[in-house]
Design a binder for this molecule. Structure first.
Ligand code: ZN
Ligand code: ZN
Length: 174
């Protein structure tokens, strides 16, 4: 997701450019990927470009209970300022404080959205994703996927659990 933004940087402060985003395979973490759809607006600021992304991502994750591959939808509302090393209009070095919050546009005036989006999606998604909210998970004894079959392992005898399991069996097939 790299864009050459030299023409945007040559615009006057306040000018905006809009792009459609359709990134089918954004690498997140290990073997996790997301597909991102939405729009990107670049606003020329006094020292760089303010990138605003709105849209949604479909993230492939493993369900934290049953481990099957699941898709999670994440809404994206992402805003980050990207600052070049030199201003292409003046050839002057852009002065920044290292304590400030911004990302870099590289020396070839390419803006790479991937890292910012990756961070955003990783931190805004649920930390324990589920394939569905009522996923029954795996049996801790035999590992059976309790969404597709029951197993013969000892059932808990605590009455509160008994009430819960009768409730669940009454909802079978839902
Ligand atoms: Zn699951
Ligand atoms: Zn079992």
């Amino acid at each position: 997701m790299r864009l050459n933004v030299i023409s945007e940087l040559r615009q006057a402060i306040g000018a905006t450019t809009r792009y459609d985003l359709d990134e089918p395979r954004l690498h997140l973490d290990q073997d996790e990927f997301a597909s991102v759809r939405g729009s990107l607006t670049l606003l020329r600021t006094d020292r760089g470009l303010l990138a605003t992304v709105t849209g949604q991502a479909e993230v492939s994750v493993s369900c934290s209970r049953c481990l099957i591959n699941a898709k999670n939808q994440v809404k994206i509302a992402f805003e980050e300022e990207y600052v070049p090393f030199t201003d292409p209009r003046t050839e002057a070095r852009v002065q920044v404080e290292t304590s400030e919050d911004f990302l870099r546009i590289d020396e070839e005036y390419r803006l790479d959205l991937s890292e910012g989006l990756r961070q955003y999606i990783l931190t805004s998604g649920p930390s324990k994703p589920l394939c569905r909210t009522d996923c029954a998970g795996l049996c801790p004894e035999c590992g059976a996927d309790l969404n597709v079959k029951s197993c013969d392992c000892a059932k808990p005898t605590d009455s509160r659990w008994a009430a819960l399991s009768s409730f669940e069996s009454g909802n079978e097939g839902s």
